[in-house]
Design a protein around this ligand. Sequence first.
Ligand code: NAD
Length: 480
Amino acid sequence: MNRPHMMRRDSLYINGEWVSASGDGVIEVVNPATEEVIGSVPVGSQADVDAAVTAARAAFPDWRTTTCEERIATLNALSAAIKENTEELAQTITAEVGTPIGYSRMAMVGTPRVVARSYAKMLETFEWEEEVRNSLIIKEPIGVCAFITPWNFPLHQIIGKVAPALAAGCTMVLKPSKEAPLNAFLLADIIDEMDLPDGVFNLVSGHGSDVGEYMSSHHDIDMVSFTGSTGAGVRVSQAAAHTVKRVTLELGGKSANVALDDADPQLVGKMAIGACYQNSGQTCSALTRLIIPKSMNDEVCEVISGRIARYTAGDPLDDTTRCGPMVSARQQASVSEYIQSGLDEGATLIAGGMGMPDGLESGFYVKPTVFADVTPDMAIWQEEIFGPVLVITTYESEEEALALANDSIYGLSGGVWSADVERAMAFARGMQTGQVSINGGPFNISAPFGGYKMSGNGRELGLHGLDEFLEIKSIQRPVE
Ligand code: NAD
């Protein structure tokens, strides 16, 4: 296989330049399929954050007054550059995260490319001002933003913040995850070659508990946009509270996929696997809880256990692989513990189980796993596993189905299946969650994405995602 070269990065991107980190140490990046170190990035320090914030603050007055045309040109150039570098970005993300290469090209790189372009398009018609009686209401960029991002869809999660922030006229400091930071360094290379003023975009790698918390508590940062686990999101909120900065949080999920009693069991079984297992189950919006009528249980379980073998685990650079490794040894251990807990708590294993997939001896793999007869008191029902583990439960009435769907501290995504789209729509309205897909309705990059309950605050993507980066000012005219 053609694996990318070792990527050792020894500088941070601050004020339009690659500069040495002031701290010591490196974060090593491990390929989860081979367990080999494939690169490293510096451990940034609080002094590096200060330098990046100073640069972003200095760049803000000019960047906020650029015209829409200039920002449209920037966003289109960013999208074009992502496209041009698709292969290198996709290979890098596959090497860092373990995502199968075809999915990396399409989702990990293709989606951010389109998201950047969508914000260019949005600026063409965006209304910055409106009149309400004697008031002029204007929208203004919020200022200097901090972005703290995870590893699972790393470039998408970065561009989902960078693109609307650029569109709004904000400047920014990014701290990528330590598991998958290399794509962020490639993005900084791309931005360095663009015509973006110094200081608008800055990159500081480092540890969440140090650099991330310091950014959250920083007095000269106006907003922190965080994507990651709910626990770390709570820490960000606590660290930010004394500055009263805006905090947006995109957190975890345990989303329900509900088949109503008129749904096609064959289709439900077939589609439930992919909806749970995309990116090897390491997807915040994965539909991990399948809720089906009791009468459908045998048929759906049969379809799923029959099709699971097609979900081949293996080398992510092999085009036939559908399930890559978990991102790290830690993640592999954590997913395995959940599989063991499902066995211990008495759920019925219908596919997968403990241990490595057949034929694999190294890499951080787990077996794509499915449990039936899962009950709401089980940990595998309540907790985010973040791996290829689907749990199935049954219901007898539609009210019970809705109660089961909403039986979660999370509310990020969901699915409903029915022969009657209007009936599914009515059910979707009752779900306490930020997104719902009806009969497999596809992801829409222009629709707001975000969570109810402990899945977060605020929305990304589309117009709602742009609004997060804007302050609103009302100016009252004298009344004659
Ligand atoms: P994580 O919370 O461990 O890390 C996310 C980021 O937060 C990293 O950059 C990390 O360095 C930083 N961080 C960690 N502790 C911090 C602290 N105390 N203060 C500030 N920053 C800190 O999450 P992860 O393992 O990288 O990602 C997986 C999690 O992210 C899952 O729970 C998943 O559901 C969630 N996620 C949510 C969305 C969404 O849009 N809702 C998208 C992707 C992932």
